[in-house]
Design a protein around this ligand. Structure first.
Ligand SMILES: Cc1ncc(COP(=O)(O)O)c(C=O)c1O
Length: 363
């Protein structure tokens, strides 16, 4: 492909392999032999301490290492949380629509829960509609809504927490790409406002690479035992050497340095995308760019999302419609979700230029 605007992938070529290799060597060299045994299902005490510090410093979270569970990315974090909630008698979980309907619904079904969609508007999830579902858990992306890119408004943040308190409910916060905020400092994690009501799930899939399969859960104390138990049943704990390497990477400042570098890289790609769209398709409005590495292009109401995606594909440009993020799969209103994490600046420009006429005439 000339340019593939696939969402959800960071710049894989920029993975700090020398730093990672250094961190693995350091971790292995310092590792007490006892660490090779079955360990605490919550994960390495060293990494839990380090990510607690990181979550407090960078995400303004109320992180206590005792109530952290290291897991295999967001995907496992969500599954574990839903299983723990099901054990506690929760029957229905709500999720944002548009969002990730397929993955939330599959994870909910596996845990024996019913999953119900709740609409998202310009302020984030509609808390009134959430209340009407009768759900006792909700999966949200407050820092940068997936896929609309909306940042959950301050009043909505409070309303969501008030909802959870009033309904003995739990908010599952997917903190997937909060490290990358361009216009100002990232908004803090929702978990920092209500540590007893929010399960916050972080991942290194955006900050380092999806293949590492490392994430962590900040657990409300009341849910911690159930989460540790399901983690223990699931896999006895995540791979320890990788955890110790990640701890070294963060402690040494190399992780922060990587993030600083990537913020610059993504900001440049974002600028290139906006410039190319302004030049080749000035009629297409773009939103959702406050954070992360995807943008939403608003096509005109009569545009054929699928037709445009197919026509672009014939020119070797990978475009992706928002319809797959909707529970109904509706192609209206037509939108493109343009990922620019793993597309170089030149490819961004070349890709948009190659489909400029399509965007102008059919977009
Ligand atoms: C909304 C959202 N959350 C989280 C993730 C990360 O999942 P994981 O940590 O399992 O790789 C993704 C991956 O694309 C995502 O789209």
């Amino acid at each position: 492909l000339l340019a593939d605007f696939r969402w959800g992938v960071p710049d894989l070529g920029a993975f700090p392999m020398p730093d990672w290799l250094w961190a693995v060597r350091e971790a292995a060299r310092r590792m007490p032999v006892a660490e090779l045994d079955y360990g605490d299902p919550r994960g390495s005490a060293v990494l839990r301490e380090v990510v607690a510090g990181y979550a407090r410093r960078v995400r303004a979270a109320a992180a206590d290492p005792e109530h952290i569970v290291i897991c295999s990315g967001y995907a496992q974090g969500l599954s574990l949380t839903l299983s723990a909630l099901a054990r506690g008698g929760v029957r229905r979980v709500a999720y944002e629509d548009p969002g990730s309907p397929a993955s939330v619904r599959a994870a909910a079904a596996a845990a024996g829960l019913e999953a119900v969609p709740v609409p998202v508007d310009e302020q984030g999830i509609d808390v009134g509609a959430l209340t009407a579902t009768g759900a006792r858990a909700v999966v949200v992306t407050p820092a940068h809504q997936w896929p609309t890119g909306v940042v959950l408004g301050p009043e909505r943040r409070l309303a969501l927490i008030a909802w959870a308190a009033a309904h003995d409910a739990v908010v599952i916060e997917d903190d997937y790409d909060a490290e990358f905020r361009y216009d100002r400092e990232p908004v803090g994690a929702l978990q920092g406002l209500a540590a007893d009501r929010v399960v916050s799930i972080s991942t290194v899939s955006k900050s380092l690479a999806p293949a590492l399969r490392i994430g962590w859960l900040l657990c409300p104390p009341a849910l911690a035992d159930a989460l540790v138990s399901v983690k223990h049943i699931s896999d006895r704990g995540s791979p320890v050497l990788d955890q110790l390497a990640l701890a070294r990477l963060i402690e040494s400042g190399r992780f922060d340095r990587h993030l600083r570098r990537m913020r610059g890289t993504y900001a440049a790609r974002r600028t290139a995308l906006l410039a190319a769209l302004a030049e080749h398709a000035p009629g297409v409005a773009v939103t959702g760019l406050a954070a992360g590495f995807h943008a939403v292009a608003h096509l005109r109401e009569t545009a054929d999302e699928r037709g445009l995606v197919a026509a672009a594909r014939a020119r070797s440009v990978g475009l992706y419609g928002m319809s797959t993020c909707r529970t109904s799969r509706a192609t209206a209103p037509p939108r493109l979700v343009l990922g620019f994490g793993n597309v170089g600046e030149r490819a961004v420009t070349a890709g948009i230029s190659a489909i400029g006429d399509l965007l102008r005439e059919r977009g």
